[in-house]
Design a protein around this ligand. Structure first.
Ligand code: AMP
Length: 135
């Protein structure tokens, strides 16, 4: 199925485009969490981070930094979040790789990503070992 973002890449749907190169495209989110909320996509329709070949990981990271720099210069936020959802459980709705750049202003409370939990040193050691075994 063709994603909504592929249709933007093809020019079949409108978007407020900010930057484009051969591999990436940046445009404003249609339902922004904040003024200037931007999406950076990989042009090929790949669902998530783990599906990207190295050149697309690099290209989307570079475009994210480039556009974030422009957002900071233009809008002068107090900070910004970089968010990249993978899977429905993580809140992904459009299954075409994209990075959110969300400008933040002191006290805006527009994004809260997690509730801090607790873990023992043993818990941390066990999960660290599980992950390290796959690196
Ligand atoms: P995610 O939950 O990470 O999959 O986020 C998908 C994002 O895409 C949401 O923030 C939507 O507001 C945004 N979105 C969906 N359709 C469009 C569109 N046609 N133009 C711009 N942003 C869109």
């Amino acid at each position: 199925m063709t994603s909504v973002f592929t249709r933007i890449v093809r020019g079949e749907l409108p978007a407020f485009k900010l930057y484009e190169d051969d591999l990436t495209l940046a445009f404003l989110d249609i339902n922004p969490a904040a003024r200037g909320h931007t999406l950076v996509i990989a042009k090929p329709e790949l669902p998530g981070l783990l599906d990207l070949p190295p050149e697309l990981v690099a290209a989307t990271a570079l475009t994210t930094q480039r556009v974030a720099r422009a957002i900071v210069a233009a809008l002068q936020p107090d900070g910004f979040n970089i968010i990249q959802n993978n899977g429905a459980a993580a809140g992904q709705v459009v299954f075409h790789f994209h990075v959110h750049i969300i400008p933040r202003w002191d006290g805006d409370r527009s994004v809260k990503l997690w509730r801090p939990g607790t873990a023992t040193a043993d818990d941390l050691q066990v999960v660290a070992s599980e992950i390290i075994a796959h690196i």
